[in-house]
Design a protein around this ligand. Structure first.
Ligand code: ASP
Length: 292
């Protein structure tokens, strides 16, 4: 990929997707990647593209983030989101928030502030001042035909070669109130550095954090292309008997996706590809697509 080229990949969570849910997952990811691609194609920034793509996924009740968030053991929604600008290494994240329609918007606004992560009331107050505050999303009914982990994310590389990564989740159904997973933790659920690449993950947040899974894939991209680096999730997840999925773009703009869950919905667009690729399993991708 040359300077001036762009690429974007989104995911809709590492989980099992039933046949009845397949079309909605492919279509939702395709819609999100298309919106991000449109921004990148007209010279917009990776941060804007990643944020926009994740907003679309948060607004789609197919996915466990934003409007589709699941409830914890107390019956409340608590959402986490994080975003990173690989050009400046600025990080913005929010945790355990409820009264924010699009947690990724609050996280993106945090990119401009010294703290990297705000949780609970402090995060909601911050969002309120920006006009992002809202009534809480309505808890959705348990999703039929979907099981496992479920988070959304995006990695984008813009025409200037800048990389951004964003992740947003409604957390894990029935979990302890106040529990925060990997999604708002840099190096765990997301990371981006223009010099190396960016990642966004889904899966068992505790296992992802305990193995610094996002950081591992980023470090692996120092030596190998994204499509190979993403394979580094398997050994640590096997060690902890945990499930995860990852999407990545390396500094050269090559994409990668891997998961050890049954399915992983994702979509890819780039300046050198005519069509959007939308998949629900890594095997749908041919090696030449991932490596070009
Ligand atoms: N990683 C998220 C968390 O642990 C959950 C998920 O991906 O579904 O909060």
């Amino acid at each position: 990929m040359d300077k001036g080229d762009w690429a974007i990949i989104v995911h809709g969570g590492a989980k099992a997707i039933s046949a009845a849910e397949t079309a909605a997952h492919r279509a939702g990811c395709a819609r999100a990647v298309e919106a991000g691609a449109e921004i990148l194609a007209r010279g917009g920034s990776a941060v804007d593209a990643a944020r926009r793509a994740v907003v679309i996924l948060e607004d789609d009740p197919t996915f466990n983030a934003g409007q589709g968030s699941v409830t914890n053991a107390a019956g409340d929604i608590e959402m986490d989101a994080g975003i990173m600008d690989g050009a400046t290494l600025a990080i913005g994240a929010v945790g355990a928030v409820n009264r924010i329609a699009n947690p990724i918007e609050a996280a993106a606004a945090m990119l401009e502030t010294p703290p990297i992560l705000l949780v609970g009331k402090g995060a909601e107050r911050f969002a309120y001042k920006l006009g992002l505050h809202c009534t809480p999303p309505r808890p959705t009914l348990p999703k039929i035909g979907v099981s496992g982990h479920d988070t959304v994310g995006c990695v984008a590389r813009d025409r200037a070669g800048h990389i951004a990564a964003a992740t947003s989740t409604g957390g894990i159904s029935g979990t302890v109130p106040g529990r925060i997973g990997d999604a708002p933790l840099p190096g765990c659920g997301f990371y981006a550095d223009d010099a190396i690449g960016g990642v966004s993950l889904s899966g068992e947040g505790e296992a992802i954090a305990r193995t610094l899974l996002g950081a591992r894939v980023v470090r692996a991209m120092e030596d190998k292309p994204a499509a190979e680096a993403v394979q580094d999730i398997h050994a640590p997840m096997q060690r902890l008997s945990a499930e995860a999925g990852v999407i990545a773009i390396d500094a050269a703009g090559r994409v990668g996706a891997a998961h050890n869950s049954e399915n992983f919905a994702f979509a890819i667009a780039s300046s050198d590809r005519a069509d959007i690729i939308a998949a629900i399993h890594q095997d749908e991708l041919k090696a030449d697509i991932l490596n070009d």
